[in-house]
Design a protein around this ligand. Structure first.
Ligand SMILES: Cc1ncc(COP(=O)(O)O)c(C=O)c1O
Length: 390
């Protein structure tokens, strides 16, 4: 299926009432996703939770098949998680850090990830080395390479930041990680669903993401990828009867796949729904989605850039569907509120959640309009006319 916008918009009823430019917050789910969730919830009500799960075994397994296809990896390398933060922390806390180990990360690292790094530094005495972005806003690869030494245990990078439309050169970072045999954890929370991802091309050992953003899945869902060949370097920090087998009274053994990072209990309806969301994206085709999001993002930046007093914060190539800007004379939160009152959803990237990146770029709270393939040029026009009025 190629991109047929009117069909896709019909699958997304709220498109008729809203201009939803908050896809980096939570995208609108297609009907098929909501229906899959509701059907499973109804089955739980009718049959009982365990009995409904038995009935849905095929749909639950589809979650793993769909993600393996999305990321071009093995089914056994995929696990379900409650959200991206939990997925990231499960993998991060499985790395056996020792005092003096170094973690390299980027200036645009996601806030909760960076807090986890700080927490690890406090608990284990690891050192964090933040590699700055270059003048185009992406991680400076020369500085990254120069920072590599035998004490570096992990490179943690956010592929597409939450507070900027840049796309970091994740595959080039992967090449460096491979060349120096350093573990590489990629946060693909904002890139999954808008960028065509292939874990071998990215060269990452681990990758994490959420359901509700560009993948258009239900809230309260997420996923992780763990490269099979890296499994022996990781030991899960938590264990339960699903992630491990209790072999005898005093012995246990972790599962032999990525599901060693899962919990037994989970949001089954959400897991089914997220599998359906990934199927939906795959049916449209990730290359087609990536190019449509890129094209709409460029159009939005261009039109916003023509409005008096508007400053668009990202430039260069390639850029994602996340567009950040400020309008002179109006606070980011007031503009967001005003737009919301007109049926236009956006969000604000806050200084308090971006102590590295926004501070370094000399910005305060900024507006964020994040578009998806189901948005249109006509919506961009209407949105920009409204921004101009404030
Ligand atoms: C880049 C990035 N990583 C991680 C997260 C955390 O995702 P979740 O809220 O699903 O834990 C977000 C959420 O905004 C994000 O933008």
């Amino acid at each position: 299926m190629s991109i047929d916008i009117s069909t896709l918009r019909n699958d997304t009823p709220a498109c008729a009432d809203l201009i939803h430019f908050n896809n980096a917050g939570a995208a609108l789910a297609p009907l098929a996703v909501t229906e899959a969730v509701l059907t499973h919830l109804a089955n739980e009500q009718r049959l009982g939770g365990y009995e409904a799960a038995n009935l849905a075994e095929g749909q639950i397994n589809n979650f793993y098949d769909a993600f393996a296809q999305l990321l071009a990896c093995e089914v056994s390398e995929i696990a379900y998680a409650e959200n991206a933060t939990h997925a990231w922390n499960s993998l991060f806390n499985a790395i056996p850090f020792a005092a003096g180990d170094i973690i390299l990360t980027g200036q645009s690292e996601y806030a909760s990830n960076f807090l986890a790094l700080l927490h690890m530094a406090k608990r284990q005495g690891v050192k964090i080395d933040v590699i700055p972005n270059d003048h185009t806003g992406i991680i400076d690869l020369e500085q990254l390479e120069a920072a590599i030494n035998p004490r570096v245990k992990l490179i943690a990078l956010t592929h597409t930041p939450s507070q900027s439309g840049v796309i970091h050169p994740a595959a080039k970072v992967g090449e460096l990680a491979r060349a120096h045999n350093i573990l590489y954890l990629l946060d693909a929370c904002q890139s999954a669903g808008q960028i065509d991802l292939n874990v071998d091309e990215l060269g990452c050992d681990m990758l994490t993401g959420t359901g509700r953003k560009y993948l258009r899945g239900p809230r309260g869902t997420g996923f992780l990828y763990m490269r099979r060949s890296s499994m022996s370097k990781l030991e899960p920090a938590c264990v339960d009867l699903h992630s491990a087998n209790w072999i005898s009274a005093n012995t246990y053994e972790f599962r032999d796949d990525a599901r060693r990072f899962e919990n037994w209990e989970c949001y089954v309806a959400g897991k089914i729904g997220l599998g359906v969301a990934v199927d939906y994206a795959l049916k449209i085709g990730m290359p087609a989605i990536e190019s449509r999001v890129g094209e709409l993002g460029a159009a939005l930046r261009e039109t916003l850039g023509t409005i008096a007093g508007v400053n668009v914060h990202e430039h260069g190539e390639p850029l994602s569907g996340i567009v950040t800007f400020s309008k002179k004379g109006i606070a980011a939160a007031s503009l967001q509120e005003g737009l919301r009152a007109k049926g236009m959803n956006t969000s604000v990237a806050r200084l308090a959640s971006n102590q590295l990146d926004l501070v370094k770029r000399g910005l305060g709270d900024i507006n964020r309009a994040s578009i998806h393939y189901y948005n249109t040029h006509e919506e961009i026009e209407r949105f920009c006319q409204m921004v101009a009025k404030f």
